[in-house]
Design a protein. Sequence first.
Length: 151
Amino acid sequence: MDLENPGESTPATPTHFSSALLSHLAPTILLVEDEAFVRKVACEVLCSAGYRVLPAKNAADAARTFRGHAEEVQLLLTDVVLPDRSGCDLALELAGVRAGVKAVFISGYPENCITRQGLQHPGWFYLPKPFSAASLLQKIKEVVNQASEKM
């Protein structure tokens, strides 16, 4: 609120938090989706629900982003089919960097590495495309809550 003009509001000044504090306030999701529109909409939906989102357009971009934020990322949300390699391979690589990162795989293909493997890895989940904003948020909430209950 503007103190000189009480009826007018002023833009909020961004508050800077440490990475560790921010990761406790808002779960951080690494979103990997090669389709720009789907990535943009999913990012908007997740951000509006209070999640911190780190978007990536392919596996290489995601791996670089993860290495820079490994301690912050609680969840990998990735398309199964990416232009440079599979989301499954990406999840295995990230798990090698830091164990315990959960993953939600999204795919429009009924047959993929996730459905064939039957989600054998603990903490791996599947959400078929197309999905609604509500179903995306529900799945993310389930996974994040499950992760926090075990801590």
